[in-house]
Each structure stands twice: as C-alpha cells, then as structure tokens.
Design a protein around this ligand. Structure first.
Ligand code: ADP
Ligand code: MG
Length: 272
C-alpha cells in the first residue's frame, strides 16, 4: 500500500504564487480526478509534485510512503515510484522510448530484454505503433501518439502513483478507451496503482472510474466529491468558481519554458 500525501502545498513561478495551499492524499488503487479551468494551476501542481525545475516551493510538504519528495530531484522521485504523464510531452532528439526505458530499467536492476518485451506488449495493448518505439522520443509525433507514448512508459515503469495531466487531450475515442482501460487495469491489480488524473472532461472516466473528484480553481481545491461531481461539472461548467479564476493570457512559450528538461535529461541519457 502506497500513499502520496500533499499537504498545504504553496508554490510560485517567478514571483507569482500559483499553488495556494493544496492538500490531497492519493493511495494505491484510488483514482482521484482533478478538474478545473485553464490557467488554474493544475499542471503546476503536477510539475511541483514530480520535481520539474523552475518552481519555488514556498510552503507545505509532499511525501511518498513517508519519504519527503520536495528535496529530491525529479529522477529520484521517479525512482521512488512517482510518474508524470505530461500535458505537453517533451521532444527528446537522440533518445528513443526504448533506450530511455531500458536505461532506467537497467538502473533499477531489471533485465533489459524483459523490458523490451514489455514495451512491445504495452505498445500493442494501446495501439502505439512499434515503429515509434525506436524513433526519437516524441519528435514529430502527433498529439495522440505522444499520449500513447506516455502510457507505454507508465505501463513499463510500473510506478506506485501516477499523475496524468490531460492524458485525454489529442486522443480519439478509441485511443482514449484503450489508454484509460490500461490505466484502470493498473489500479485493479495487486499492488495497485494510485492515480491523480487531471482533466477537463468526464469522458476520461468512462473506463477509469474516479473514487474522488476535486474541483481545482485559483490555486486551491475548492470542493471535493464522488464521481457525481464530474457529471455536475460537465453540466454547469466552472461557473460557480468563475469569479475566482484569473484569465490566462500567457503565451505557451512562457508557460512551458522548461519544455526540454525531462526525466530522460535527469538520467543523462542523451546518446547524440
Ligand atoms: P492549468 O494546467 O490549470 O491550465 P498551469 O498550471 O499551466 O494551469 O498555469 C497556472 C498559471 O501559472 C497560469 O497563469 C500560467 O500562465 C502560469 N504559469 C505556469 N507556469 C509558468 C511559468 N513557467 N512561467 C510563468 N507563468 C507560468
Ligand atoms: Mg495544464
């Protein structure tokens, strides 16, 4: 049984406070949905918890099975069992999905041949083209292929807790079903995966049943409930929270300036 505990987390980008006291606990086998308007800080939450550089934590704590994560670099958090499927997966020229996964598996003492077989299996289960396994990570992939790529990583790395940041964006209906079915399956095995799924749409939850739904706006969780809250949000939108929401007019280039710092980078896997 694993437990990711986020307590009163505050974080800034530059001098702008984005996270204003987030508390959330995700245990093995649980699916937590975080739903909220654009620009409310959902991706920031995923980045701060998984250790993407560029954010300043100004308060609170994050622990995984009692180990404090905030002092650790991203790769050590990953090694501790935390996984992030990014909203905008990073292109990594010179590193293939296969080399990235076999290197991290070897570092963890796993047999690279076994890992290669797992990659093929995982790719097949979600319709990720085998050609893409050996191509540079995410380079020239479509939005949907990038999301499937993230899902293959999730399947092979077998984390304790996964944060999925808009894993549904760019996926067609069939691909989304395959991806969410794969994640749901991981939450049901022995030693089950715990999931924090960030999304705008309840369609993500057709296959992946959320145990808890949290409305996130203006840097905090405004309210929490069960699956019925996702239904309600789909009807009402975030209008109840709209007064709290700042308009996000920051160009993407400024919002994602660390787009080239990745898990692969932190493992130093560049081959050329
Ligand atoms: P969401 O994922 O909920 O759409 P984000 O976490 O991406 O929201 O962004 C929250 C706010 O923080 C936005 O106003 C965004 O422009 C700002 N922000 C996020 N990252 C950065 C950054 N690296 N530099 C400047 N502003 C940022
Ligand atoms: Mg986001």
């Amino acid at each position: 049984m694993s437990e990711l505990v986020i307590t009163d987390l505050h974080a800034k980008v530059g001098d702008k406070e984005i996270l204003k006291g987030v508390s959330l606990t995700v245990r093995s086998g649980e699916v937590h949905a975080v739903m909220g308007p654009n620009g409310s800080g959902k991706s920031t939450l995923s980045h701060v918890v998984t250790g993407k550089p560029g954010y300043t934590v100004t308060g609170g704590s994050v622990t995984l099975d009692g180990v404090s994560l905030l002092e650790l670099p991203a790769w050590e958090r990953a090694k501790a069992g935390l996984f992030l499927a990014m909203q905008y997966p990073t292109e990594v020229p010179g590193v293939s999905l296969e080399s990235m996964l076999t290197a991290s598996a070897t570092a963890a003492g796993r047999d690279p041949d076994v890992v290669r077989a797992r990659i093929a299996e995982e790719a097949e289960s979600i319709g990720f083209s085998p050609d893409l396994i050996k191509r540079p990570l995410n380079v020239d992939l479509s939005g949907g292929e990038k999301k499937r790529n993230e899902t293959v990583q999730l399947g092979v790395l077998d984390p304790k807790i996964a944060i999925l940041d808009e894993i549904d964006s760019g996926l067609d209906v069939d691909a989304m079903r395959a991806v969410t079915r794969r994640v749901e399956q991981a939450t049901n095995r022995d030693d089950a995966l715990g999931v924090l799924a960030i999304t705008h749409y309840k369609r993500l939850f057709e296959e992946l049943e959320p145990d808890h739904v949290h409305v996130f706006a203006a840097g905090v969780i405004q309210t929490s409930g069960g699956a019925e809250l996702a239904e309600e949000l789909e009807r009402t939108g975030y209008s109840d929270y709209v007064g709290l929401v700042e308009v996000d007019d920051t160009p993407e280039a400024f919002r994602n300036p660390f787009g080239d710092a990745t898990f692969a980078d932190s493992l130093n896997l560049h081959e050329g």
